[in-house]
Design a protein around this ligand. Structure first.
Ligand code: ZN
Length: 174
């Protein structure tokens, strides 16, 4: 029991550090870009890491009814329900919570899964930059060892690996 607690404490510490690290690297790239190339640039970290519970609240939010369809379908078939319950109801059921934790964490950190769960990714809003400015800023991030995926966020879901012209976010991970 004690060993398990130490083990999970350790994992928590590591993921916490990785996230603090990517946030620090991205902030330093933002400062460097502003200082040397574009002092008035309006770029900022728009989304940080989230827990699997926060991710679950998003999945169950009716605003995202057209998103996350695979895992929703799997949950309905597992639970035998015909429609998705609200978060308050799901969180009161330990079996359901265990199911969601396993399902979300299995895809944590993956661009096509739940990229902002697991402690390693932040988004930077770049919608005020033109293409050349985006390319310059991406180069500074990459020079620091940060991986950059061009992301387009349209209000309810994200597309990854879009063209630099279309990107309004840089999905940054480390
Ligand atoms: Zn992202």
């Amino acid at each position: 029991m004690k060993k398990t607690i130490i083990f999970f404490g350790f994992i928590f510490l590591i993921t916490g550090l990785a996230n603090a690290q990517v946030t620090a690297m991205v902030n330093s790239a933002i400062s460097q870009y502003k200082e040397h190339l574009n002092p008035s640039a309006n770029i900022y970290i728009s989304s940080e890491d989230r827990t699997w519970q926060q991710q679950l609240e998003i999945i169950l939010n009716p605003r995202f009814s057209g998103s996350y369809t695979n895992i929703k379908r799997e949950f309905l078939s597992y639970s035998g329900l015909s429609s998705l319950p609200p978060y308050s109801q799901v969180s009161a059921n330990l079996d359901w919570m265990n199911w969601w934790e396993r399902g979300i964490m299995a895809q944590a950190g993956r661009p096509n899964g739940f990229p902002h769960v697991g402690g390693r990714a932040v988004d930077v809003s770049v919608r005020s930059l033109n293409n050349q400015q985006k390319a310059d800023f991406a180069q500074i991030l990459r020079n620091k060892g940060v991986e950059v995926i061009y992301e387009y966020y349209g209000g309810s879901n994200s597309e990854f690996h879009v063209s630099i012209e279309r990107a309004n976010l840089f999905h940054c991970y480390y």
